[in-house]
Ligand binder design. Structure first.
Ligand code: MN
Ligand code: MN
Length: 276
């Protein structure tokens, strides 16, 4: 395949982070990484990306087992250290959550290797609460913690449809660029200078496309719209997470297949980056 010419490979790793204790409403995402891996390799589909890269043949990526977190007191420290070890090997890391709180320790690890890091965040929720139910590390607070530490230069949120007064104030305070769902028809190409980390909360999708999430928030994106954003934004994709899949809420593993498809296309974009 002509597309494969010039692919810079060998540096993509997929790791599971089975942690959901910072969920504010329902548990379940700790079960997700295994199910997403199963969906990726499910024989009902094939391993070709839409840009005709055969992931089944290409050896430039690997899938690791879940991180072992169960007996750990300080889970965030452990996640941060594990991600840091992977980044030291000069890998681009795709993490499978887990609830959305895991993005905070991941980004803390990323800051060492990447100054000028941008985040593209797809979600129904801004996740900008200063605290939620007394937990400042709740999955609803992730981006407030990240922005307080000044470890990224830009946060662009897409798909938001649960903005409220407090989080609107937080977005203003931190300079977050919010593309709300109600304005999704008006977005052109999203452009970044420098490295981009993609944080994808599956509830950015409409529950009709992805029922297997804890927070059903109607009025969301289609699978095609999400794939379009992943495929079209300008910038160098250096890491990603897919979070908030809750298999206990899923129907026939449908949302698992959506997550598997998104994972496949993220790997595809990363492998193809050099030829873009
Ligand atoms: Mn969400
Ligand atoms: Mn979220």
């Amino acid at each position: 395949m002509a597309r494969e010419k010039g692919i810079k490979g060998g540096d993509i790793t997929v790791v599971g982070i089975p942690f959901d204790k910072n969920s504010s409403y329902l548990r379940g995402p700790a079960l997700a990484p295994k199910r997403i891996r199963e969906a990726l390799f499910c024989e009902s589909s094939n391993m070709w990306t839409e840009d005709l890269i055969d992931l089944g043949e290409f050896s430039g990526w690997e899938v690791l087992d879940d991180m072992r977190l169960s007996s750990q007191e300080n889970v965030f420290e452990l996640i941060e250290n594990e991600i840091r070890q992977l980044l030291k090997r000069r890998l681009r890391v795709i993490s499978l959550g887990g609830d959305h709180s895991i993005t905070y320790p991941i980004i803390r690890a990323y800051r060492e290797g990447y100054q000028n890091l941008n985040i593209l965040h797809l979600d129904a929720h801004p996740d900008l609460y200063d605290e939620r139910d007394g937990n400042q590390y709740s999955h609803a607070c992730t981006f407030a913690r990240i922005l307080e530490e000044n470890i990224v230069i830009r946060l662009v949120q897409v798909g938001i449809r649960t903005m409220n007064g407090h989080q609107y104030e937080q977005a203003k305070r931190f300079g977050v660029e919010v593309i709300e769902m109600k304005n999704i028809g008006k977005i052109g190409q999203i452009k970044f200078d420098g490295p981009v980390y993609l944080s994808l909360d599956l509830d950015c999708l409409d529950p009709a496309y992805a029922p297997g999430v804890s927070h059903h928030e109607p009025g969301g994106m289609s699978t095609r719209e999400v794939l379009g954003i992943i495929r079209n934004f300008k910038g160098r994709l250096v890491g990603a997470d897919i979070v908030e899949y809750n298999p206990e809420r899923d129907l026939h593993g449908m949302t698992g297949m959506v997550a598997g498809k998104i994972l496949k296309e993220i790997i595809g974009r990363m492998l193809g980056e050099a030829s873009r």
